[in-house]
Design a protein around this ligand. Structure first.
Ligand code: ZN
Length: 296
């Protein structure tokens, strides 16, 4: 069972394709929340204006804490693979895979390993348990868990809007076989973590809402009726201008076919960061690189 039917399940317990998992009502509510947050802080919810007002001297630097769940030797990926995964995040978000640089970079501050077969095999059902035990840092820390998620659902993540009510659940979970060099054919270049981290940073699927407004709330990703599968050269499923963004990280194509974020997605990520993750939980001053069950 190589062919992954869908990349993630965004709602707890969601299975298979998650294209319909959010729905227009939920997207509108989340957007409402975002606009209110931005207006409270910057006096505007215009993303370009927010970007200028934020006046960041350099890229947003996101501390990453990776939690490896295992069942004996199953799932026991090497430290080198974890570093390659962070490298894949930096290549994607830094524009080095072909798209726009988003102004976000990632630095690995700790890794830890937990041999709990139940957590490893049932990460969706037992999410609360292992996150409660392992999660560290505030709203600005990316907690990335690896486990046996499955080949239908490759990973799942939380949106920034959920942090306030459920901080302990904040983070990204991916199947360990999607890490660079993993065994999932076409899905083993670390792009699942890139995609899920996109949700963690506030991006929707490029096919969110299909051809209907508000789409994915990003102006320069053309509307798309449905997820892309495999590696299409091009397709155009909506009447609005522009072909489907088949190579976008927030679509569902194979890893080797995903290589871009757009300028608009970068702008959105930076604004969402300002609204929800910047300073919200205090800085994560983790220095214990790769400590096992480290000091903090
Ligand atoms: Zn997704």
């Amino acid at each position: 069972m190589r062919g992954a039917a869908g990349r993630d399940g965004l709602l707890r317990g969601a299975r298979g394709r998650d294209g319909q998992a959010l729905g227009r009502g939920r997207v509108l509510a989340m957007e409402d929340d975002l606009r209110r947050r931005l207006t409270a802080r910057f006096g505007t919810s215009d993303l370009g204006a927010v970007d200028r007002a934020a006046r960041r001297p350099g890229p947003i630097s996101v501390p990453v804490r990776i939690h490896v769940l295992t069942s004996g030797r199953d799932g026991a990926v090497s430290e080198a693979v974890l570093r390659r995964q962070v490298g894949a995040l930096n290549a994607a978000y830094g524009g080095r895979d072909g798209g726009h640089a988003t102004g976000v970079r990632f630095r690995l501050v700790s890794t830890d390993r937990t041999n709990r077969p139940q957590w490893f095999h049932e990460p969706e059902r037992l999410e609360r348990q292992f996150k409660r035990a392992l999660r560290r840092g505030g709203a600005g820390t990316l907690n990335l868990y690896t486990a046996s998620v499955g080949s239908d659902v490759l990973g799942f993540s939380t949106f920034p809007q959920a942090y306030r009510k459920k901080p302990v659940l904040d983070g990204v979970v991916v199947d360990y076989r999607t890490l660079p060099g993993g065994s999932f054919r076409h899905f083993a270049a670390g792009k699942t973590a890139v995609h899920e981290t996109g949700h963690w940073l506030g991006l929707y699927h490029t096919f969110e809402n299909g051809c209907e407004q508000p789409g994915d709330e990003v102006g320069d990703t053309p509307f798309e009726a449905e997820p892309s599968e495999g590696c299409p050269v091009a397709k155009d499923t909506c009447p609005q201008p522009g072909g489907d963004p088949v190579h976008n990280f927030m679509d569902y194509g194979w890893d080797e076919c995903m290589h871009e974020f757009t300028a608009g997605q970068g702008r959105r990520v930076r604004a969402v960061w300002a609204a929800y993750r910047e300073r919200a939980g205090g800085p994560d001053r983790g220095h214990g690189a790769r400590s096992v069950g480290g000091a903090r």
